[in-house]
Design a protein around this ligand. Structure first.
Ligand code: ADP
Ligand code: MG
Length: 604
């Protein structure tokens, strides 16, 4: 008796489906690719329960003839490829001819399609890969596919589906990637009949991004255009919106959203020291190259590609982004310097400085110049040398007029700041050496900033490119649900999203790098106290919430800070109302008076 037998087709398809159909979002990806390949200009997507219950796509593309509609579900049936060489000149997203066969083998499908010029359309119903019904049908031009009960006949796989919110998050990620790759197509997405997105067609990637993710990204990013062996266009976020997460790195190669470490590394490399090591730039890059130089057939779900010359791509990306970044920072510099004439013309500075000094009004002048310097400096890491033109001044205590003021920080002089052991900042105010706890200082600065902006109802917010889904227990969910409006006063926009699930859509800019789940859980703790404390200590609650926010948005011990960051932090701390202690009440600054040092070194 022979032990080996050839598997029947339906089992082959189910096995293939294991590769292609990982979860509802992978079905969406394949169906979207088909609609795009069919030249649709409008694509409507409706899912139920994050795609677990159903995924429906309606396009206005070319449609299929009745014969093609039947063949389309057979394994390895495609209109896009005839021989293997075609892969080298491929301009369609699909090519393997296995998506519809795989999807239909693990679900129930209803397809309605009509080709241009045909009088009627054609409808076919499939159940686990078998045709159960087919007929002529009234239809508009285009194709509508409704996929239901995913994995109904493969219970083992169904078990691996995650919760509705998680699957929905993947659906949104797939949707986001696809709509960014195709701004020229109008897209909409509903979940359980609730409209999540409706994006008009546009020629302009920036406009699509603005509609999709809001202005924070588009306003704080620069465009890049590169035309060499590869063509690169796109938007890259300025250093100030770099984040600790990589989820806003979108790469499109020949109209295909993919992930690719070479390209991500190229962008990161271009930023070099403009952002900290643990920060990642946000970007959307659109790369076009000769299809023969990229293998798109290396991943079962086509999520990756392989370049024939990786090094070439890396360099092109790095150079393109570097050039764009330098231009952007230069423009920023020019803008800021426009209002500070003596910095752009250093030679004019010295005479007036001397004159002022001899007039005996040096203090006010040098203070002003320092202020301007700080405000200019905060966005300039590339142009530090500009400030070298500012002459060194005598040390305050060498100046006879010097009066030991009760001032926390040097009023007349900028002292260098150093970071020690990624925990403390060392500087001086001219009369003492100051040791500053970087986390406590940052907490204080953020706390006061937030306090002011919340009180003025002017919190600067940032939309998340991809809404952040919270993982909370039932009790936390309840408390959160009751306080959504209250939290929005603090610039935290949380929305209900599907059943028993919440996503964070907007946060104050200060919180952009924080661990949002931990942060919201702590906020909920604060809010729980509100319930217990009926006497309503609104101010107290507000302070607690702001303290939590400040704590989560601030650099921590162990974080390396750039020179620019530490200088900014000290400057910001200086302008705080209560610079001596953090919102939790811990001290921020420890001072060793110079006189103390003089004594120790036996100078007096
Ligand atoms: P592939 O996309 O790799 O060719 P699929 O299984 O995804 O394989 O689709 C098989 C064929 O069905 C496609 O080649 C195409 O001709 C046809 N088809 C699928 N979806 C659509 C659609 N929305 N509009 C028009 N034709 C479609
Ligand atoms: Mg396809």
């Amino acid at each position: 008796m022979s032990k080996i037998h050839v598997l029947p087709n339906h089992i082959i398809n189910q096995i293939a489906a294991g590769e292609v159909v990982e979860r509802p979002a992978s079905i969406l990806k394949e169906l979207l690719e088909n609609s795009v390949d069919a030249n649709a200009t409008e694509i409507k997507i409706s899912v139920e329960d994050g795609g677990i219950k159903s995924i429906k796509i309606v396009d206005n593309g070319t449609g299929m003839s009745p014969e093609d509609a039947r063949t389309a579900f057979l394994p390895h049936s495609t209109s896009k490829l005839k021989n293997i060489e075609d892969l080298n000149s491929l301009f369609t997203l699909g090519f393997r001819g296995e998506a519809l066969a795989s999807i239909s083998s693990v679900s129930k499908i209803e397809l309605v399609t009509k080709q241009e010029g045909e009088i009627s359309g054609y409808q076919v119903k499939m159940d686990a890969g078998e045709v159960v019904e087919e007929s002529e049908s009234g239809a508009v031009e285009g194709t509508s596919i409704n996929v239901q009960e995913i994995f109904f006949n493969t219970p083992a796989r169904k078990k691996f589906l995650k919760t509705v919110p998680t699957e929905l998050r993947h659906i949104i990620k797939t949707f986001t990637d696809t709509v960014i790759a195709h701004p020229e197509i109008r897209f909409s997405l509903d979940n359980n009949e609730k409209k999540l997105y409706d994006l008009p067609a546009t020629k302009d990637l920036k406009e699509r991004l603005r509609n999709l993710i809001g202005e924070d990204f588009t306003n704080n990013s620069f465009e890049i255009v590169y035309d060499g062996i590869v063509k690169i266009t796109g938007l890259v976020g300025l250093p100030k919106i770099a984040t600790s997460r990589k989820n806003t790195q979108i790469i499109i190669v020949n109209d295909r959203p993919i992930s690719n470490t070479t390209i991500s590394a190229g962008v990161k490399d271009a930023f070099h020291s403009a952002i900290a090591n643990n920060q990642y730039p946000q970007f959307v890059l659109n790369i076009k190259l000769d299809p023969s130089k990229v293998d798109v057939n290396v991943h079962p779900r086509k999520q990756e590609v392989r370049f024939s010359n990786q090094q070439e791509i890396f360099k092109a990306v790095r150079n393109a982004v570097k050039a764009g970044l330098q231009r952007a920072l230069q423009e920023d510099t020019d803008d800021k310097l426009a209002g500070v004439p003596y910095i752009s013309k250093p030679s004019a500075f010295s005479p007036s400085f001397e004159k002022k000094e001899s007039d005996g009004v040096r203090d006010s002048f040098s203070y002003e110049s320092k202020r301007d310097k700080t405000s200019v400096q905060d966005s300039l890491s590339f142009t530090k040398n500009l400030f070298d033109a500012i002459p060194e001044k005598t040390l305050p205590w060498e100046n006879e007029d010097f009066e030991a003021k009760e001032s926390l920080f040097a009023e007349k002089q900028t002292y260098p700041v150093y970071q020690l052991m990624n925990a403390y900042l060392i500087t001086s105010n001219g009369t003492a050496i100051q040791i500053i706890d970087q986390h406590a200082a940052a907490e204080r600065v953020t706390y006061e900033k937030l306090m002011k902006s919340v009180s003025a109802k002017k919190v600067e917010m940032q939309s998340l490119l991809i809404p952040f889904e919270l993982e909370l227990n039932a009790q936390e969910l309840l408390i959160l649900a009751e306080n959504l409006e209250y939290l929005s006063d603090f610039g935290i926009q949380v929305e209900e999203f599907g059943m028993n699930s919440f996503v964070v859509r907007q946060i104050p800019v200060e919180l952009k790098d924080s661990d949002l789940n931990a942060f919201v859980k702590e906020l909920i703790q604060d809010l729980t106290q509100k319930e217990e404390d009926e006497q309503n200590q609104y101010e107290k609650l507000k302070e607690n919430i702001l303290t939590t926010m400040a704590c989560h948005s601030s650099v921590r011990v162990g974080d390396h800070m750039s020179q620019q960051e530490i200088e900014q932090l000290v400057a910001d701390l200086k302008s705080c109302d209560l610079p001596y202690s953090c919102p939790h009440g811990r001290p921020i600054i420890f001072e060793v008076p110079i006189s103390e040092l003089d004594k120790k070194f036996k100078r007096t």
